[in-house]
Design a protein around this ligand. Structure first.
Ligand SMILES: NC(=O)c1ccc[n+]([C@@H]2O[C@H](COP(=O)([O-])OP(=O)(O)OC[C@H]3O[C@@H](n4cnc5c(N)ncnc54)[C@H](OP(=O)(O)O)[C@@H]3O)[C@@H](O)[C@H]2O)c1
Length: 254
């Protein structure tokens, strides 16, 4: 099968490409570096021709609605027109979350549904690299700030890529369909993530300052809206601690 992967050179997309190829199918990375731009539609028709599915991993969080909402809708319209199954990656817990990016991801899902083609939407929790990034952002020296009972259920990016490949290569839905959410095996508080990160660098446990959840955004995180209810998500993949053990001592980026 010919499977197009938008953002096929990105963190998630490159893993989907590898997984599709490992299963003996053709994976076609599609992003600006291969001549496909979701903000203009350049190269889109050509790359979708003859594809069974397109796995949508392209995004640009720095450009507001441009790629996340409008680029996704442009892709969904083109996929529907060409009869290509669209497999989209989204985020767990975005239904009632005030974070601007999560609002956009929800609108992206709505745009896919409105486009009317065959589509599978998979929501995942934060990838391990993002959980580490969050905990680092919430830390300064030995101090880590947590908001209420904020926690994460971080997931192995390869586990998510495997699920996306399953959807792209599996039975095609007749219309818009949500797949079962995916999450990692452990729910970890910010304190636990920060403690693991510091231990990884040979440092002692952090001193944790617990802030009250003031305002809608902090309340949403304190209420753990980003964590699936037990039993609601398929869990699996490498645990955060096992992922961390394979990382360099000094983490960088996301
Ligand atoms: N990180 C997480 O914890 C997490 C959790 C759940 C879901 N997700 C979702 O996973 C998806 C992928 O995340 P990621 O971290 O793998 O992203 P990434 O590494 O930043 O890759 C995104 C790719 O999108 C491409 N792109 C950007 N603008 C484009 C445009 N205008 N047209 C075509 N392609 C464009 C870029 O390639 P070019 O530069 O070549 O265009 C880039 O390689 C996102 O939708 C995100 O919401 C992430």
């Amino acid at each position: 099968m010919r499977i197009v992967v938008t953002g096929g050179a990105g963190d998630l997309g490159s893993r989907v490409v590898r997984e599709v190829v490992a299963r003996g199918h053709q994976a076609v990375p599609a992003s600006r570096r291969t001549g496909v731009d979701l903000t203009t539609g350049e190269g889109l028709e050509a790359v979708l021709a003859g594809a069974a599915a397109v796995v949508h991993c392209a995004d640009d969080t720095s450009r507001g609605d441009t790629v996340t909402v409008y680029g996704t809708r442009r892709l969904a319209d083109a996929a529907a027109e060409h009869g290509v199954h669209l497999v989209h990656i989204s985020i767990v817990g975005i239904d009632e979350h005030p974070l601007a990016y999560y609002r956009r991801k929800l609108r992206a899902e709505q745009g896919i549904e409105d486009a009317g083609g065959a589509a599978s939407v998979l929501r995942a929790t934060q990838f391990h690299s993002l959980a580490a990034f969050f905990a680092r952002k919430l830390s300064a020296g030995p101090i880590t700030v947590t908001i209420g009972d904020m926690a994460l259920q971080p997931v192995d990016t390869d586990f998510v890529a495997t699920r996306l490949a399953d959807l792209a290569l599996g039975a095609r839905p007749t219309a818009y369909a949500r797949a079962t959410d995916v999450a990692g095996p452990d729910v970890l508080t910010v304190r636990e993530v920060a403690t693991l990160l510091r231990a990884h660098r040979g440092a002692s446990a952090p001193k944790v300052v617990r802030l009250p959840p003031v305002g809608g955004l902090l309340k949403a995180f304190a209420e753990r809206r980003n964590v699936p209810f037990p039993g609601d998500a398929d869990t699996g993949g490498q645990a955060f601690a096992d992922w961390l053990a394979l990382q360099p001592q000094r983490l960088s980026g996301r």
